[in-house]
Design a protein around this ligand. Structure first.
Ligand SMILES: Cc1cc2nc3c(=O)[nH]c(=O)nc-3n(C[C@H](O)[C@H](O)[C@H](O)COP(=O)(O)OP(=O)(O)OC[C@H]3O[C@@H](n4cnc5c(N)ncnc54)[C@H](O)[C@@H]3O)c2cc1C
Length: 474
């Protein structure tokens, strides 16, 4: 039996997942609880929405769900806007079916009015939003909470196991794994979601916002009018929960049973779940994915997959939550700095600017193929993503430049970029979560990965042929 929203299970989870961002009280005359949807773009398995509904029921008011999109986020582009807007269209449909009041406001130009959330908050009893350490969301929430006159709660839905349970920065996957796995079964217990007891009066809904976007309209035309980077085009991947759930079903009914083997082949399109863009935007929850995987092949059968989905993903979250320097070299262990200093003067086989890297103009066809996969699809297969990241260390004058370039390329072009796993993955290339290995030129004692050796491990030539044939829109 799923837990009810009013159950002790949900109360205990929220005690771990929700935190106050300011010290204000609820506004006594508040007309509703506002859920400001920033990171978790779904209604299902959404702890912030659950929190908003519980608080609304306690206060005897309804819930309003607001999502906005500005042109000012870092690397704002057609690619990211399009993925968000197409999901919003589906959300609007689902909201109607479920009796939820959801609105989307698109701010097209940088100098357009930007205070929608402030206006909504001015009439709210409290504001609930998503707790998310990256993509500028934590900073935006802090700035908003400082000027908001009622209580602001931020609630985490990213992790299956609440990250508040792990108060310190974990050292490696092996230190987090046993702890997170011990809590997994309990954390995956299902919850029956419900709408708030008090309905939104029509008059209130109509009085709220004149600028709601008509999501049934021409979204490409809307995006064209936005003051964003139009040189990063949308990708073919279909956005939205329906598409994500279809992918989960396909993966769980197919490659999951042979994940350990098939995930190692970048030419196997279905060898891994390819869910990272959906997970990044919260269109599905990691819990949805884990429950489906366990239902399909059992917990033991899904162990290797759960290690990625839970241990590695939540290690990245722990890292970004517990280390404010997650985009900087400072986050690396001391041994990395020592070895990089010792090898700073080593001769590089080539040196490239970030623009050359971006245009896939290196001497190595396999690396160029990975970069082209990123440009064309917004992701790189996991195996090639490791080679892609590690190689940049070899081709830049300093490891500081290498990290800057990787963050820039990933944040700008990856549909799953700006995620905790983005910074966890990039930092891993530089030795984070790892140990020193044998000493080599340029690499020092950082674990090396040679593109040449990739040809012996999988059909690298096939991967090259596939992506180097892509016509680039640059
Ligand atoms: C240089 C570099 C950059 C990366 N950038 C990103 C990024 O921007 N966004 C991102 O989501 N992941 C990133 N990763 C981690 C990993 O490459 C992707 O999560 C994975 O390739 C996504 O493919 P998939 O959905 O088929 O994964 P699957 O193998 O099907 O795994 C399921 C899910 O588990 C999570 N996961 C899998 N591997 C990892 C990992 N090593 N670390 C953390 N989470 C993991 C992802 O959410 C993934 O969707 C990066 C890794 C490296 C080395």
């Amino acid at each position: 039996m799923p837990h009810a929203l009013s159950s002790p299970f949900v109360r205990d989870q929220l005690a771990l997942r929700a935190r106050r961002i300011n010290t204000h009280a609820e506004r006594g005359a508040g007309e509703y609880v506002l859920y400001w949807m920033q990171a978790t773009h779904r209604f299902e398995d959404n702890w912030a929405l659950r929190c908003a509904v519980r608080e609304a029921d306690r206060l005897g008011v309804p819930v309003i769900i607001h999502q906005g999109l500005d042109p000012t986020y870092e690397h704002a582009s057609d690619r990211i806007h399009s993925f968000i807007l197409h999901n919003a269209r589906e959300l609007a449909r689902r909201a109607e079916q479920r009796g939820l009041h959801y609105q989307f406001v698109l701010r097209r130009r940088r100098d357009d009015d930007r205070r929608t959330v402030d206006r909504l908050a001015a009439r709210a009893a409290m504001v609930v939003t998503d707790d998310y350490p990256t993509a500028g969301i934590a900073d935006r929430t802090q700035r908003f909470a400082a000027r908001c006159a009622c209580v602001v709660l931020a609630v985490e839905s990213y992790a299956i196991v609440p990250s508040a349970l792990f108060e310190k920065e974990e050292y490696a996957a092996r230190t987090l794994r046993p702890k997170v796995m011990a809590h997994l079964a309990h954390a995956l217990e299902p919850v029956a979601d419900a709408t708030a007891r008090v309905a939104v009066p029509d008059a209130l809904w109509h009085s709220l916002e004149a600028e709601r976007l008509d999501l049934t309209g021409d979204l490409a035309a809307e995006i064209a009018r936005c003051e964003i980077d139009h040189s990063v085009p949308p990708v073919a991947l279909k956005s939205g929960r329906t598409a994500a759930m279809a992918r989960i079903r396909r993966f769980c009914g197919g490659a999951l049973a042979a994940y350990d083997e098939r995930r190692a082949n970048p030419v196997d399109d279905d060898g891994s779940s390819r869910l990272s863009p959906y997970l990044h935007f919260g269109q599905v929850s990691a819990g949805d994915v884990a429950r489906a995987a366990i239902a399909a092949v059992g917990r033991a059968g899904a162990e290797r997959f759960l290690d990625e989905l839970v241990t590695w993903r939540e290690l990245s979250l722990n890292f970004c939550r517990r280390n404010a320097r997650f985009r900087a070299l400072d986050a690396l262990p001391d041994w990395v700095h020592r070895t990089m200093t010792a090898h700073a003067g080593d001769r590089r086989e080539a040196e490239y600017t970030v623009e050359q890297l971006e245009r896939a103009e290196t001497h190595h066809p396999l690396w160029n193929a990975a970069q082209r996969e990123l440009l064309a699809t917004g992701v790189i297969h996991n195996v090639m993503r490791m080679y892609w990241g590690k190689s940049v260390l070899l081709w830049t004058p300093t490891y500081a430049a290498a990290m800057r370039h990787l963050i820039q390329l990933n944040d700008k072009w990856a549909l799953d970029g700006r995620d905790p796993s983005s910074y966890g993955g990039i930092q891993w290339c530089f030795g984070k979560f790892d140990r020193p290995w044998g000493e080599r030129p340029v690499w020092g004692t950082i674990r090396s990965m040679s593109l040449e050796r990739a040809y012996k491990k999988f059909d690298a030539a096939g991967y090259e042929r596939r992506w180097n044939g892509e016509v680039l829109a640059l």
